[in-house]
Design a protein around this ligand. Structure first.
Ligand SMILES: [Zn+2]
Length: 240
């Protein structure tokens, strides 16, 4: 029996070796910012607009934490007062924070002062809470014109998958829409102010984890795809 060739032992040894290499790559990720993950897994970004809202955003953060998933939140300025702790938590738990105007208004056609009142004011509020700047911008309704491009001091992030969860508050349909479309490099648009969207988002995470997807922030997704996010430029997806 001792002389018998055992291919399963070789396979086990190779598997252990590969697992060790994987751990080594993960060790490269630094604590102070995104670094290359070094994975062949399909990557995808969950993004949430219009919050924070205590009841729903807190449940979402709990669900994401349980699953070890990082997302990107585009926050509305007027929703921030009273939710400072949730924003600190987002930042502490590795989520990316972006702005979505102060009053959820269209940014197109605004003069410089009004643009500043919507965007710079929200950025200042967030900086005070998290102690750093660097917020990407998602203009409400995805509306961008030359003025928005010129005035924005950050990248403009749109999306490539939109289940219209604000319109169709039906978790099953939202999950089906996203899971059937999801591709490596997609940016998913959801709104963390509806219980159905939070429920759908967590089910999407579970379903896409089953398919091997890794959830990353927009910033991490751009980095992995070697895309430099530039102020005033629009990004919808980060396909390989
Ligand atoms: Zn919005």
């Amino acid at each position: 029996m001792g002389k018998k060739w055992k291919p399963e032992l070789l396979i086990l040894a190779l598997a252990l070796l590969l697992a060790g290499m994987g751990l080594g790559e993960r060790g490269v990720v630094s604590a102070d910012g995104p670094a290359e993950i070094g994975t062949e897994k399909p990557l995808i970004a969950l993004t949430f607009d219009d919050g924070p809202r205590r009841s729903t955003t807190e449940a979402l953060l709990d669900g994401l934490a349980e699953r070890g998933v990082k997302a990107t939140f585009f926050l509305v300025g007027e929703m921030i007062p009273g939710c400072e702790d949730l924003i600190e938590r987002m930042d502490r738990e590795g989520h990316q924070i972006g702005t979505h105007s102060y009053d959820h208004v269209r940014l197109i056609g605004l003069n410089a002062a009004d643009f500043a009142r919507q965007v710079d004011r929200t950025e200042a509020l967030l900086t005070e809470i998290v102690g750093h700047g660097g917020f990407v911008l998602r203009p409400p309704y995805g509306m961008i014109d030359k003025g928005v491009e010129k005035r924005s001091n950050s990248a403009l992030i749109l999306w490539s998958i939109d289940p219209e969860d604000w319109n169709d508050k039906h978790a099953d349909r939202i999950v089906e829409h996203i899971v059937s479309q999801a591709k490596d490099g997609d940016v998913i648009l959801l709104h963390d102010i509806y219980p159905t969207s939070v429920d759908a988002a967590l089910r999407v995470v579970d379903a896409l984890h089953q398919k091997g997807f890794l959830f990353v922030t927009v910033e991490e997704l751009a980095l992995q795809r070697h895309v430099e996010l530039k102020a005033g430029e629009t990004y919808r997806s980060f396909y390989p």
